[in-house]
Design a protein. Sequence first.
Length: 200
Amino acid sequence: MIPSMTASLEHFVNTCSPEPCVSYSEVYGIVRRAMAFESAAHQILGIHETSPSRVVILEQSYDRLSGLSVSQDALFRQALDCTQHGLFRAAHVMAWAGFIDYVECRLGSDGFAKVKMARPNWTCTSVEELRETYPEYQVLETARAMGLCTKTEGKALQGLLNKRNECAHPSPSDPSLDETLGYVSELLRRLAVLQTRSYP
């Protein structure tokens, strides 16, 4: 159990009642069972199409990912928060931001040496300069040229970028919970694949 929660439980048992009617271990047991119930409820409700519990199941999948920077982690967590609160367009934008940040950082992990060999006209020396100078579709094409993704994967990533663009700009796009969960889930899956690729 989280240390601050343990301290709060001890404080509750020791100070909230002149004569405690329950012991710390009893309160601890109740809280532990409540947390287990919540987890089981999300698993059961997560199979229903319109259930927000599906976001919790996606969060559990996300928690299995590692190797993300603090900012990438924050962006993906914000995407999950947006999904949970019904802000589906924003969720698309935030999830894409986390994904493309990962790709850009991977391309720059060798100081852009391989990028400059494949794209001699590119003069970027930092991830920030890459972002400001080259559009994301060119970054994806470069990732493909560097072997970070295959041609087929590159086309799929271009499609995900297009979906993000629809959500980020005025358009009739109005993604549903299902579409948003699918989008975020696909980005997480593709990110996990990219993490297995050696680069540089």
